[in-house]
Design a protein around this ligand. Sequence first.
Ligand code: EPU
Length: 335
Amino acid sequence: MNIQENISLKKYNTFGIDVLAKKFVSINFLHELKEVVSTEKDIFILSGGSNMLLTQDINKLVVHINNKGICIDNQDDNFVYITVNAGENWHDFVLWCVNQNYGGIENLSLIPGNVGTCPIQNIGAYGIEVKDVITKVEALEIATSKLRTFSEEECKFGYRNSVFKNELKGKYIITSVSFKLTKKNHKLNTSYGAIESELIERGITKPNIKDISNAVISIRNAKLPNPKEIGNSGSFFKNPVITKEHFLKLVEKFKNIPSYIISETEIKVPAGWLIETAGFKGKRFNDAGVHTKQALVLVNYGNASGKEIFNLAKKIQEEILNMFEIKLEIEVNII
Ligand code: EPU
């Protein structure tokens, strides 16, 4: 293991924010992680760096989780059970599954980040959440250096949420994630409007999982900025859930407000629409901006600091509160 000093984290976070790590170590094997954790407790865990906004230098030991490996634990005619080490890139894993004709995560194509972080915020897109296919998560407890296996239930998954974002935040390091995927009779989810129309456009009437993955990739490429080209962290805010009364009041003023019914009393409204309606879509303040094609995504055009992006987020939150009386919640971790 090579512990380095004063390392720039620019290439380790998808926002491309240039802050320094006082100390930095990249972990390739579980035994290395155990060794680090047993000697140093004041650590900062960095995985794919795709769901964080770094607003300051990190005066701790930054531990970069980079353990790779995909293992088929078991399979029968219908299902395959796979364990994937935390440092594997998420999209590479999705493509590997699609190529083997393993179904269940094709709708989650092209989501940035690593496998180890997918359970933390229960990544989701186009009608699927990763919790639907996770069977267990293995994680190392920092305090004891002991491994613990979390069942799907123990992960307490919710919308962009899990136990790892709440009561266990900062206490465990996810080392691997296990999935149950289909080998045949795939449950295809094309109900999300954009997928269906994309398939129709491609003349596909009987899609397979590769067709769906390709459709998702092309929808995402058209709407979401590629972090390799423009720094970003996907959706910066969560879609807010408001009461039905509140919604009915808003509809009087904003006739075309989109909505999804959550329950008899609750309605979800897309934050992207609120931000666009408030006039922020495509706005740029120095190198911090709101993406031109999806207002829910904040972007770094090159040299924005984390503080500049955070200030823009606060400005948006204020405006949305004034205009719609809705408190937008930030989805990305602010460091
Ligand atoms: N909309 C606008 N203006 C915008 C963006 C969106 O009016 O600038 C409207 C759209 O017209 C549509 C609605 O908002 O009526 C929903 O937009 P979209 O389908 O793009 O989805 P979203 O709710 O904005 C969520 C996830 C995305 C995921 C997509 C597709 C959250 C916070 N975001 O976005 O996840 O890819 O659905 O399933 O739930 C991420 O979490 O990083 C992410 C990209």
